[in-house]
Design a protein. Structure first.
Length: 276
């Protein structure tokens, strides 16, 4: 993956890119970054993969200072980035918060969405999860904590979210680095931006979204229950790929399952082009 960045509407936006072909845009959640997709993108060699970094996350944490970094606003940042780079229509792939971002982006501009893949995604009223609500309520206290204390708060999210112990250790050390550099205030800024109204606002329009979709879900996810995946699959008229035993961080623990769903949409798109 090649790390790239560009100023767009006054915001320095960053993404990781590799390959050529049909664009596949991947959006991470909290508390991760584009590195979430590091095991997925090598499996999509036939596509141009662009792992976009949400403003105020990962190596872009400082860009979030003083800005709206809500899920709904992230969808606007994403749309501006897609326009600036003239990307699209693209297959939009989202995990966790990123799933909410791509739902909103697809509803607002379906012409830029060639397909939608949701992986253990926030949706409807499924979020914010209880641990995040607790951290938000104690935000003023958490902001003053030493960095190592924040590490201790984030570690359980990764412990509960992974079913692969080796991948859990790799993941935590990788995603901890930006928080270690930015400090607790950056994480508090993220959790304070979370507003369930962002997904509830587009929920009634999902069933009318005329784009091919796939839903991939770790059935043992304690953060985003599989019943929400089933509901998304019904509303989007999409198959639900259930991964038994898998937890929340499916792109890291089960990258082949995510890549397979994307590849299905790539093949469908190829068939439509040939027919047209």
């Amino acid at each position: 993956m090649t790390s790239k960045h560009a100023p767009i509407d006054g915001v320095r936006m960053r993404w990781e890119e590799r390959g050529a072909g049909t664009p596949v845009v991947l959006v991470h959640g909290i508390p991760t970054s584009p590195a979430l997709w590091r095991h997925v993108t090598p499996l999509l060699s036939q596509a141009r993969t662009l792992a976009w970094e949400m403003v105020g996350y990962g190596d872009s944490m400082l860009e979030g200072h003083g800005r709206d970094i809500s899920v709904a606003r992230q969808a606007e940042y994403l749309a501006a980035w897609l326009r600036e780079l003239e990307i699209g229509p693209a297959i939009l792939v989202g995990h966790d918060l990123g799933g909410g971002v791509v739902q909103i982006a697809a509803v607002r501009a379906p012409e830029r969405c060639a397909g939608l893949v949701l992986v253990n995604s926030i949706s409807y009223d499924s979020w914010p999860i209880a641990p995040v609500k607790a951290i938000r309520a104690a935000g003023a206290f958490v902001e003053r904590l030493p960095r190592q204390a924040l590490r201790g708060m984030l570690a359980p999210l990764f412990f509960l979210g992974h079913d692969d112990p080796a991948r859990r250790r790799e993941s935590f050390e990788l995603h901890w680095k930006p928080y270690r550099a930015a400090g607790p205030a950056a994480f508090v800024r993220q959790v304070r931006s979370l507003d369930v109204r962002d997904t509830l606002g587009v929920a009634p329009r999902l069933s009318g979204l005329d784009v091919p979709a796939r839903v991939v879900w770790g059935v043992a996810d304690r953060f985003q229950p599989v019943r929400y995946g089933a509901r998304l699959a019904r509303d989007l008229d999409a198959p639900l790929r259930r991964i038994e035993g898998a937890r929340h961080f499916v792109p890291e623990d089960h990258p082949a399952e995510v890549a397979a769903a994307v590849q299905e949409l790539l093949r469908e798109q190829g068939v439509r082009r040939a027919a047209g």
